[in-house]
Design a protein around this ligand. Structure first.
Ligand code: AMP
Length: 316
């Protein structure tokens, strides 16, 4: 039987611009071949795999906006500390590819470490600057240098017009925006709101580490953010969120909070108690052997003369 349409290896459904096949490539050369002949806007979604609905929200946003969608799956050794979970981080490429096929992704780029770091451990890396030493940077020294270095490399390898990142990793997103600004990188960065379970828990590849009891304790992160978001002032937001975390510290198993911070969205510096404007309420905590982060964007209204109202914005 003769094919009605012959688009060669990179078949497109006529009129829809959607791929009939998702190409899975592992080498830089194959990535270039998979991209050759394509035209129109290219979007990239960078992931470490173990894909869930949070990743899929990014992929769907990319699919809705771009002609070609590339998803990278790479567990980046450079951003893991010596005592972190690099070795046990979930690796589920077959399932990731299946989800990418369903989401009509054009290319999955899943390179081995050697292909991303051909010279071994890089000598030249991105310095995240002062924002990289705050919050996550305090508890994960070197983390943001590793993240920005690999994001920079994957931007160079995939050459997208637009890249999608989750607000779930708000400090990472702010640093990537800053790197793009400071390095004049020719890419648009789009943030996508955090996807949560119905009970509030932010989706994360690490949630699969949690036992039932640990998961119940972990709900304190989103509950703390929701309590904070009900308040009208910076001081009120901090203390309401802190109260929820303090209660969870006495739970079984206990929540051990690394930080709770109310910060400016562009510099991640703590805002003063009389602050008005956009802010991010961010939390990181450990339960059992699992470390989780979460945050919510808030808009704090200027103080009212009397009977100030809840800002009510962005409750998880
Ligand atoms: P990761 O695989 O954890 O490195 O995440 C890859 C991308 O997915 C990052 O831009 C994350 O911010 C984003 N992401 C992870 N979890 C969520 C979520 N629950 N909602 C929205 N985006 C997310």
């Amino acid at each position: 039987m003769t094919a009605l349409y012959d688009y060669g290896e990179f078949e497109q459904q006529p009129g829809l611009g959607r791929p009939l096949v998702t190409r899975v490539v592992h080498s830089r050369a194959d990535l270039e071949a998979a991209r050759a002949g394509r035209f129109g806007e290219t979007a990239v979604v960078m992931t470490m795999g173990a894909l869930h609905e949070g990743h899929l929200a990014l992929i769907r946003a990319a699919r809705a906006s771009a002609k070609t969608v590339i998803v990278t799956v790479f567990v980046n050794p450079l951003q893991f500390g010596p005592n972190e979970d690099f070795d046990r981080y979930p690796r589920t490429l077959d399932e990731d590819v299946r989800l990418c096929e369903e989401a009509e992704v054009d290319v999955v780029f899943a390179p081995p470490v050697d292909d991303v770091y051909p010279g071994g451990k890089p000598m030249v890396t991105v310095n995240p600057g002062p924002m990289g030493d705050l919050l996550e940077g305090v508890f994960r020294p070197g983390f943001f240098g590793g993240v920005l270095t690999v994001v920079n490399k994957l931007l160079n390898l995939t050459a997208p017009d637009v890249a999608y990142f989750g607000q779930k990793d708000a400090q990472q997103l702010a640093l990537i925006r800053r790197m793009v600004l400071d390095f004049n990188l020719p890419v648009e960065i789009v943030g996508v709101p955090t996807v949560r379970e119905p009970d509030g828990l932010a989706l994360s590849s690490r949630n699969r580490y949690l036992s039932t009891e640990e998961r119940a304790t972990a709900l304190a992160l989103s509950a703390a953010l929701a309590a904070g978001a009900q308040q009208a002032t910076a001081a009120g937001i901090r203390s309401a969120a802190r109260a929820v975390l303090d209660r969870a510290a006495a739970a079984d198993p206990p929540l051990r909070t690394d930080y709770l911070a109310l910060v400016g969205p562009d510099d991640f510096l703590e805002v003063p108690d009389d602050y008005a404007g956009d802010a991010i309420l961010a939390v990181a905590a450990r339960v059992g052997g699992t470390r989780l982060i979460d945050n919510v964007p808030l808009r704090i209204a200027a103080a009212q003369p009397a009977g100030g109202q809840s800002n009510g914005d962005g409750a998880p």
